[in-house]
Design a binder for this molecule. Structure first.
Ligand code: NDP
Length: 257
């Protein structure tokens, strides 16, 4: 991957463990020469992240707390990044949340609060983060979020999160239009199922992975590194003509009827 993002300052949001998709992305971006800035929500994630960085000999430029449920927290995180780093060139948005009990059974049972929570953390957060990041992207930039096929089709148990991902993907398109004039691109990677802490919350997750092995053109599941490399592509100049796109990194599963 050489020096695809050499010297670029990129903010990564959403490392909670070694299995996090954001950690696969960290690995790809680090190998390609990026300067990395991290945000975390829970103290537990901060500790995990610090240990991981140490273990893999990766030096973070900065690690700041950011709870996307709060406008103040987002403003404060990006203000700190502005003060400490200055210009940034990329943001990796890899955060989502829904109540576990709404990731099973019927979507029709979704509560008002549960619906709003999933939308707020998993979709609106991209809007708020894009607005804050834009101020620091004085040389243009790239914003990449993580979505899933449940946005496009009914996937059993994905329910309220599928609807939040549909909203996220539509936001990618509207934000791409807004940000284009500032030289900022906004895209999404739609990954196949990967075993992470969040994935544990979705009922019947193991079966979903089994279906990919059986039916996807490539007959195997994807991993964090594949998503990392696709995200690297979006962060690099190789994708300079692409915005508002949802790129499937799913062994081709989405083309199968
Ligand atoms: P992880 O659990 O590893 O990561 C989820 C991250 O979201 C955590 O770091 C968590 O931080 C963060 N988060 C949750 N709520 C907030 C909040 N209010 N403010 C800031 N951060 C928050 O799971 P994944 O790596 O699987 O998830 C990353 C993204 O990838 C999500 O958008 C997910 O929907 C998407 N995705 C996952 C797939 C999969 O199969 N795993 C497939 C396709 C897409 P903390 O723990 O500190 O709260």
């Amino acid at each position: 991957m050489g020096h695809l993002v050499e010297g670029k300052n990129i903010v990564i949001m959403g490392v909670a463990s070694e299995r996090s998709i954001a950690w696969g992305i960290t690995s790809s971006l680090h190998k390609a020469g990026a300067n990395l800035i991290f945000t975390y929500r829970q103290e537990r994630s901060y500790k995990k992240l610090t240990k991981l960085l140490e273990k893999h000999d990766i030096e973070a430029q900065l690690v700041v707390s950011c709870d996307v449920a709060s406008d103040e927290s987002i403003t404060s995180a990006f203000n700190t990044i502005k003060d400490e780093i200055g210009t940034i060139h990329g943001v990796v948005h890899s955060v989502a949340f829904a109540n576990r009990d709404e990731l099973q059974g019927e979507y029709a049972d979704t509560s008002r609060d549960g619906f709003l929570l999933a939308q707020e953390i998993s979709a609106y957060s991209l809007v708020a983060v894009t607005k804050a990041a834009k101020e620091l992207m004085t040389e243009g930039g790239s914003i990449v979020t993580q979505t899933y096929l449940g946005a496009e089709r009914v996937i059993q148990n994905y329910n309220v999160m599928g609807v939040a991902k549909a909203s996220l993907e539509a936001s990618v398109r509207y934000l791409a239009e807004d940000m284009g004039k500032y030289g900022i691109r906004v895209n999404a990677v739609s990954a196949g199922p990967i075993r992470t802490l969040s994935a544990k919350g979705v009922s019947g997750f193991n079966e979903k992975m089994g279906v990919i092995e059986e039916k996807a053109p490539l007959r195997k599941n994807v991993d964090q590194d594949q998503v990392g490399d696709a995200t690297l592509f979006f962060m690099s100049e190789l994708s300079r003509g692409i915005t508002g796109e949802v790129l499937h990194v799913d062994s081709g599963y989405h083309i199968i009827g």
